[in-house]
Design a protein around this ligand. Structure first.
Ligand code: LLP
Length: 415
């Protein structure tokens, strides 16, 4: 199906582990990640850029477990973060602060202080007001803030509107035409030091040409800035490379992405930063769930499973496709809706899907859920969030315990 996630005979394996053994020992729902898959996808990405000095800063938001971040740190990854909480996770996992970049349209002062005091590589600044605030915070701490301006290159990444970020109409970054001026302001400020330039055009991008368009525009800006004496050392091209959500689709290779970006970086002689999230984590994990009940009515079959929209939000939120397969192959295909127990009609994991006929108690795998799966989960309906498991070879370990009722009310008070 996907690297390290495949059938052996009739049974679904992740590396050398039968997924039913995980469901049995740990219970369901449960997120399962493969160490070998993480390493495969990290290398597929990172090695594509070997022609230039580069940092692969993993987008923590896609999969934030510190065991996963530690794995990636060991492979040489840095971190792309969007909150002090993510910086905390990255540092906790052993990612060096000099490999951490911090983006986000709404950084609070306390988050800036946190990032500054830990000495992160750079802030990706998204507005004039943020720049001024950062200058003040840095002055207070007597620590210069290294920055890049997040430039909005106004290119269409041709992806889902909710995850397009590089269009003029989006809230992200500073408009291309305005960016030069903002850099000039930054140059005059005592406590910020412009060292880079940043853009991120969107997510789940399957056509790499917009990356070239954006790189070309941003490279022109770098030249103009250098002419004014600004030393732009880092070229941060963001994340966004898409994956296949169906085993039979072929997404672009990371090398084909590199071909669009690397020539500009070479010409500028910059250091390249990349911020892939989904590309590395998406197909390195999946969600296991048990079929609780089956409802067969006229013209409609529902598999009611024990995972729901709170555990895996993408299908409800974006109408996203996640391939679903049984832990043990079935005969007799039927067309079903796979739905969760949450009290919302939108609590759907898959709609009108062809699946082998299941019975109560069967285990299903919701594939490609390594990115924006657990990290977007919530406690809606007071459901405890699933455990997370890391598989390596024939072994697996819990990297996050299933939550308990205690965790549900932690911090709450009856007054
Ligand atoms: N860098 C920045 C500044 C970002 O905002 C993002 C993602 C990334 C990097 C990583 O993008 P990736 O390589 O994973 O595409 N929840 C949505 C995706 C939201 C992406 C937000 N930004 C989903 O489930 O599809």
């Amino acid at each position: 199906l996907f690297p390290f996630i495949e059938y052996r005979g009739r049974k679904l394996f992740v590396e050398d582990v039968d997924v039913q053994a995980i469901a049995k020992r740990i219970g369901t729902p449960v997120y399962v990640y493969s160490k070998a898959a993480f390493s495969y996808w990290f290398n597929e990405f990172d090695s594509a850029f070997n022609d230039v000095e580069h940092l692969t800063a993993f987008a923590v938001k896609s999969c934030s477990n510190i065991a996963i971040l530690r794995l990636l740190a060991e492979m040489g990854a840095g971190a792309d973060t969007v909150s002090a909480g993510e910086i905390f996770r990255a540092i906790n996992a052993g990612i060096a602060p000099e490999k951490i970049v911090f983006a986000g349209v709404g950084k609070r002062k306390d988050e800036m202080e946190y990032a500054l005091s830990h000495g992160i590589l750079m802030f990706n600044v998204e507005s004039r007001q943020e720049l001024e605030t950062l200058n003040k915070v840095a002055e207070k701490l007597r620590k210069r803030a290294r920055i890049a301006i997040r430039v909005n290159p106004d290119v269409d990444p041709k992806t889902h509107p909710y995850i397009s970020t590089g269009l003029r109409t989006s809230k992200f970054g500073i408009d291309y035409d305005e960016a030069f001026d903002v850099y000039m302001k930054a140059k005059e400020m005592e406590w910020v030091e412009p060292i880079g330039i940043h853009f991120h055009i969107g997510s789940q991008i399957l056509d790499v040409s917009p990356f070239e368009e954006a790189s070309a525009k941003v490279a022109d800006l770098v030249k103009a800035l250098r002419d004014k004496g600004l030393d732009i050392e880092y070229f941060d091209a963001g994340g966004g490379l898409g994956i296949n959500y169906h085993p039979e689709e072929n997404p672009p290779s990371s090398s084909s992405l590199a071909e669009r970006i690397v020539p500009f970086v070479k010409e500028l002689d910059c250091k390249l930063i990349l911020e892939p999230g989904r590309r590395i984590s998406g197909n390195s994990g999946f969600l296991l769930t048990e079929v609780l009940y089956i409802k067969r009515k006229e013209g409609k079959i529902f598999y009611i499973v024990d995972a729901a929209m709170n555990d895996c939000m993408r299908p409800s939120l974006y109408d996203a496709y996640h391939h679903i397969v049984p832990a043990e192959k079935k005969e007799n295909i039927e067309i079903v809706d796979v739905v969760g127990p949450v009290c919302e009609t939108g609590d759907i994991l898959a709609k009108e899907r062809e699946l082998g006929k299941c019975e109560q108690g069967d285990i299903l795998a919701v594939l490609s859920a390594g990115a924006y799966g657990f990290s977007m989960s919530s406690n809606y309906n007071s459901r405890v969030r699933p455990a997370e498991i890391l598989v390596s070879g024939s072994k697996f370990e819990v990297i996050r315990e299933r939550e308990t009722f205690g965790s549900l009310i932690e911090g709450e008070k009856i007054v």
